[in-house]
Design a protein around this ligand. Structure first.
Ligand code: URA
Length: 274
């Protein structure tokens, strides 16, 4: 059937449905792929069915799968650059297949404070840098309001590739990226961890409640490679604040709390924030 719609309208329709990336040069007809070439022969009664051929073996990545491989490669990294190189080679997260770039981290890897968001968006995917789109620009202004910029903070995400169409990362995708995130935090070795938004808060603070209930409170974040538990808190995600400006007042209170904690712990601030 020939479409009556002009191509621009069709593209707009795809965009609204969340299809905003081209993945291959040639279209794939998925319906053709699942249609059997011929109708199956009726199986004669009582006849022993032919042996089912074994499924092709999955590539060997260890008995504990992608998560085990993630843990081993992440643990072996002795610096943030090595960790980035290990992630560049890592094939265990499906998000990599549809992403343009690895979005690893940005800022000062020796900072006293680390901010962890949810997942890269379209702009981050294009540039390979976290928080550079509209919500990243608001995050930069939030940091500046408490004397921080990317020379005095490190910024990353719970997953290192953009979920297609900006969907939320699945728990599986977050789980497979977690050893890399944990190792990143160990290598940066901050005094404060800030989870940006609900999914990061749930995964880093181990709390199953909304960010609205977690913000303004202090928790501890620990992992095996950290010398001691680190002070941790959560803030509203800047994307949420852009949609819900009425919550900016609460976000400002949280930022003041973070600045007070930074001063108590003697954290370095930026010499020239925005
Ligand atoms: N939102 C996030 O959570 N992370 C980014 O890097 C960009 C937008």
């Amino acid at each position: 059937m020939k479409s009556e719609l002009p191509p621009k309208k069709i593209l707009e329709w795809y965009l609204q449905a969340g299809v905003d990336e081209t993945i291959g040069d040639d279209p794939v007809d998925r319906f053709a792929a699942i249609e059997p070439a011929e109708a199956p022969e009726p199986v004669p009664e009582k006849e022993t069915p032919p042996p089912v051929p074994a499924a092709p073996a999955a590539p060997a990545i260890g008995a504990d799968g992608a998560s085990g491989e993630a843990r081993r490669t992440a643990a072996a990294a002795q610096g943030v650059d090595e960790l980035r190189a290990a992630l560049e080679k890592f094939e265990g997260c499906g998000l990599k297949k549809t992403a343009t770039n690895l979005v690893f981290g940005d800022g000062n890897a020796e900072a006293d404070i680390i901010f962890i968001g949810e997942a890269p968006g379209a702009e981050e995917d294009r540039k390979g840098v976290p928080f550079v789109g509209p919500s990243g620009q608001l995050l930069d202004r939030m940091l500046a309001s408490i004397g921080l910029d990317r020379t005095a903070a490190y910024i990353s995400n719970t997953v290192f590739w953009r979920p297609p169409g900006n969907r939320n990362p699945t728990t599986g995708e977050m789980a497979v990226c977690m050893p890399f995130l944990e190792r990143m935090i160990e290598l940066v070795d901050p005094k404060i961890v800030v989870a940006v938004g609900g999914p990061a808060a749930n995964s880093l603070l181990g709390q199953k409640t909304s960010v609205g209930k977690l913000r303004g409170k202090w928790f501890t974040y620990s992992s095996a490679g950290l010398a001691q538990p680190v002070e941790a808190t959560a803030i509203y995600h800047p994307a949420y604040l852009l949609r819900t400006p009425a919550q900016k007042r609460a976000a400002w209170q949280d930022l003041l709390e973070i600045r007070a904690k930074m001063r108590t712990l003697g954290c370095r601030e930026s010499t020239n924030p925005l």
